[in-house]
Design a protein around this ligand. Structure first.
Ligand SMILES: Nc1nc2c(ncn2[C@@H]2O[C@H](COP(=O)(O)OP(=O)(O)OP(=O)(O)O)[C@@H](O)[C@H]2O)c(=O)[nH]1
Ligand SMILES: [Mg+2]
Length: 289
């Protein structure tokens, strides 16, 4: 698991590791430069450095970084037929993340059902269907152009009827600034609740990791719109902006729950703050090759 994480963070590690002379501790200015290069926002760099005792050792830095992240309760397996809604802007990685989550849940022995509520693009329905085929999970879908909240309702109803443990609902990509699409998303949320009390149990916001900290405003708007339970940051394998995770999570006070490190169904890692931080700071102290 650590190796896969390290691989996912390779670009970030290269970017920050090349900036600092390797030793057992790191100078404040070098640390500042490295963190900014990883796309951590200045606010977090400042908050961290203010509290760090010198010399800055790996243990002190790790502790300081962990303190930036909001704490949260361990995920509890919610009641039967837990409904999870996948939200985010166009191309963030929503549909792929659904496949990854479905795979993960299947591996854990859950019965999964997908709902194709991105009815905006015909290709989106096909994309999810092809994942459903590959993974061997059930899917509820409709034709392009149909009401997405209707599909969401049907998916939840079918999931309950078929005793699925996890119902994952895909949604169309939308910008946080598009008011009508915001209303549509709120309607999907309401309809899920109507179909199954307490649903959606999880609203995951999918963020494209290559956007780095520039995704903070977007995330804030989505959070205001529907209330986000957790963040899933994708495409970390393709970016040097891994440090943005600390800023996004701290500024939103919403936990990162998973990170995406590739395009395959297995390329999703449960976010473990300690493991992530250990990999993140490793190149700063010269234990990295
Ligand atoms: N390298 C890499 N690519 C990813 C990751 N997650 C998604 N992608 C790729 O990003 C592209 C967009 O992914 P989708 O899952 O289609 O994104 P989406 O948010 O559903 O897009 P729309 O439905 O158009 O809004 C695809 O080519 C994915 O294979 C990741 O963690 N790493
Ligand atoms: Mg999609």
């Amino acid at each position: 698991m650590i190796d896969r994480l390290r691989l996912g963070l390779r670009k970030t590690a290269q970017a920050i590791g090349s900036l600092v002379p390797k030793s057992e501790s790191i100078a404040v200015e070098d640390l500042e430069e490295a963190l900014l290069a990883s796309d951590m926002a200045y606010e977090e760099v400042e908050a961290l450095i203010e509290r760090l005792v010198q010399p800055i050792t790996p243990a002190r830095l790790e502790y300081g970084l962990l303190e930036l992240l909001p704490s949260w309760e361990e995920e509890q397996q919610s009641a039967h037929s837990s409904v999870e809604l996948i939200i985010g802007i166009n191309g963030a990685g929503k549909t792929t993340t659904i496949a990854k989550l479905a795979h993960r849940y299947q591996e854990a022995g859950h019965h999964v059902l997908l709902g194709a509520a991105d009815t905006f693009r015909a290709a989106a329905i096909e994309q999810l269907k092809s994942w459903a085929d590959r993974l061997g999970v059930a899917i509820v879908s409709t034709a392009q152009g149909h009401d997405p909240s209707g599909v969401a309702y049907d998916a939840v109803a079918a999931g309950i009827a078929r005793k699925a443990d996890r119902i994952l609902i895909d949604t169309a990509g939308r910008l946080h600034t598009q008011k009508n699409l915001g209303e549509e998303l709120k309607k999907i949320v309401r309809v899920c609740e109507k179909a199954h009390s307490g649903a959606p149990h999880k609203k995951w916001l999918i963020l494209d990791g290559t956007q780095g900290r520039s995704a903070i405003n977007q995330a804030r708007e989505f959070h205001k719109m529907v209330g986000i339970d957790g963040l899933i940051v994708t495409k970390l394998d393709g970016t040097a902006k891994g440090g943005a995770i600390y800023s996004i999570s701290r500024q939103l006070q919403v936990p990162v729950r998973y990170i995406g490190v590739g395009e395959g169904a297995e390329d999703l890692i449960a976010f473990d703050a300690k493991a992530f931080t250990a990999s993140f700071i490793e190149p700063l102290f010269g234990q990295h090759d």
